[in-house]
Design a binder for this molecule. Structure first.
Ligand code: G
Ligand code: G
Ligand code: MN
Ligand code: NA
Length: 256
């Protein structure tokens, strides 16, 4: 209960901030997108990772308010990076949406309003949802995903591979991007089987018209192996950690 009060106070006092982690083209390391990652600038405990509060926020419902702020702030920021800046390589901002937030009755309207207020184009927004959301409560979720996509917003499955959905099932869903979980990437250089598995997922995804982002790339060898498999996009400490907004524009320029 204390945590719940603290989270609501944190919203009112505007203590949440966003960092952004670059998503790159593996072939030339051009920054093509950014993932918004929320942090709590706690008055006494310092900068807190979502690991410390997202679960409590889900349980208390505070995630709805926090998530709504995250979407509005990410779009506001992204529009500033894009508008009047034709040379930027940034094409989209990716935003994590929790299951509880996605299930709020007016979620699609919330997105529509946030787009209107920010002046951001729907194509600039990629929403990251989890496999479990897609598997449960399928009808309402399916209708909302279709409505969002009809607006031009794209949908990604985050942490793909950690849940129970199959690619053939996902293909029936209105989804554009798979974010392949770090646990799949970790062993591609040391395990022939793991390498083969990721290679097969990438090929099958492309045949199903799904783009793939490999998450958690930490080594140059992993980047090279994924690039050789035909995986087009990656994210991870090898390229960049989550960064403050001021550091993004200078990174998002075409390599000369
Ligand atoms: O930010 P970090 O890199 O520490 O992320 C930790 C976890 O918190 C990840 O699982 C990430 O998806 C989640 N997360 C980060 N930002 C948000 C957010 O704005 N909303 C939700 N629901 N989860 C987030
Ligand atoms: O669940 P999601 O994929 O949204 O989680 C993003 C989280 O992964 C953030 O906490 C981010 O800081 C973390 N992350 C991003 N790249 C790497 C990486 O290369 N290694 C590790 N260990 N974590 C990473
Ligand atoms: Mn994510
Ligand atoms: Na992930």
């Amino acid at each position: 209960l204390e945590m719940r009060t603290a989270l609501h106070e944190a919203i009112e006092r505007e203590q949440f901030v966003l960092q952004y982690q670059p998503i790159v083209e593996l072939a030339d390391q051009r920054v093509t997108g950014v993932e918004a990652l929320v942090r709590w600038q706690h008055p006494s405990r310092g900068l807190l990772s979502p690991f410390f509060f997202v679960e409590a926020a889900e349980e208390s419902g505070a995630i709805v308010g926090i998530g709504s702020w995250v979407i509005r702030e990410a779009l506001r920021q992204f529009a500033r990076w894009r508008v009047g800046n034709p040379q930027t390589t940034l094409r989209y901002v990716s935003v994590n949406v929790s299951a509880r937030q996605f299930r709020t009755v007016d979620f699609v309207d919330q997105i529509r309003r946030a787009l209107d207020e920010s002046g951001a184009r729907p194509q600039w927004l990629l929403l990251e949802i989890t496999e479990s959301l897609v598997l449960r409560d399928a009808e309402k979720v399916l209708a909302d995903l279709k409505a969002l996509r009809a607006m031009g917003v794209r949908i990604a499955i985050d942490d793909f591979g950690t849940g129970y959905s199959s690619l053939s099932y996902l293909r029936q869903m209105p989804v554009d991007v798979l974010k392949l979980d770090k646990s799949f990437i970790d062993d591609i250089l040391t395990s022939r089987q793991q390498h083969a598995l990721v290679d097969a997922i990438v090929t099958l995804s492309h045949n199903l018209d799904l783009a793939v982002v490999a998450e958690g790339i930490e080594e140059v060898g992993q980047r090279a192996a994924l690039d050789a498999m035909g995986c087009r996009y990656g994210q991870g400490y090898h390229f960049a950690k989550p960064l403050w907004p001021a550091d993004i524009p200078a990174l998002a320029v075409a390599p000369s």
